[in-house]
Design a protein around this ligand. Structure first.
Ligand SMILES: [Zn+2]
Length: 271
């Protein structure tokens, strides 16, 4: 059977774990404990895989409640998430929906049904903007970035000078359903993120190329401004059955003008 997980060492204390779904999560290893940032779709025993990398006690931080980030959370004893994302978690955690998603993609359709880790049902601990975790020699600070979901948080790995933007800011940020913010509210979140710009050198994400240059943030703020002034490219795109518009013309999440950073939004969010 094909391997479900692979890993990549990004620094002495940071690992990227990529699931066969194409989604990745990040493992941060401090002197005393380790923190798993997100848990992918839950298509295999992520806990056992993490144990091949570190023997430190591991806790989990979920950046937001989408199925491709919280999938394997139930394998772990200590799991944190912003309670503002609980409605998102409950909606996307529906097991039939998760199973259909696994079976609906060619690269994951071979996985046996019972490999899918059941959705975590209780015991999620509250996490809020500004909360910090001390792993021993390495601190993680949570920064609010409401937009893609109401409670999405970006982990700033302080000593690593690295931030995980995750789905909060990237090459095709989705403002796509009833849980997503309007563009103007999202713009405020990006300006909040920008306050921390001098505290990181690297941006990591959970999909596609997994990394972005620092100008990403300014480019996505510019997308907000263009949408709000009605001057964006307004390219129709269909994603997960949603009829959205891309702020800048793109093909497979690559902007035609070569810059990085884009928003795909529902028309009603363009206020
Ligand atoms: Zn998401």
């Amino acid at each position: 059977m094909k391997e479900i997980f692979s890993s990549e060492k990004l620094s002495d204390r940071l690992y990227r774990i990529t699931e066969i779904s194409g989604v990745c999560c990040y493992l941060v290893v401090g002197d005393n404990k380790a923190c798993l940032l997100d848990t992918c779709c839950g298509y295999g025993d992520l806990k056992a895989f993490v144990a091949t990398i570190t023997d430190k006690p591991v806790f989990v931080v979920l950046t937001h409640g989408h199925h491709d980030h919280m999938g394997a959370a139930a394998l772990f004893d200590e799991v944190y998430m912003n309670p503002a994302d609980k409605p998102v978690f409950d909606s996307f955690g529906d097991m039939e929906r998760r199973l259909a998603d696994m079976k609906g993609h060619e690269e994951t359709s071979f996985i046996p049904d019972d490999n899918l880790v059941p959705t975590l049902t209780e015991g999620i601990r509250d996490l809020h903007e500004g909360d910090e975790f001390d792993l021993g020699g390495l601190n993680i600070k949570m920064i609010a970035a409401k937009g893609h979901t109401p409670g999405i948080l970006c982990p700033l790995l302080i000593e690593e000078r690295t931030i995980i933007f995750g789905d909060a800011c990237g090459v095709g940020v989705l403002l796509f359903d009833e849980f997503s913010s309007t563009v103007s509210e999202y713009r405020e979140s990006l300006l909040n993120l920008k306050q921390y710009e001098n505290e990181y050198d690297r941006i990591y994400r959970n999909h596609g190329t997994f990394t972005s240059p620092k100008e990403l943030l300014d480019n996505v703020i510019e997308c907000c401004d263009l949408i709000l002034s009605g001057k964006d490219d307004h390219q129709p795109v269909n994603i997960h059955g949603f009829h959205l518009f891309a702020a800048k013309e793109q093909e497979y999440d690559k902007r035609l003008d070569g810059k990085e950073g884009n928003i795909k939004y529902l028309q009603e969010k363009a206020v």
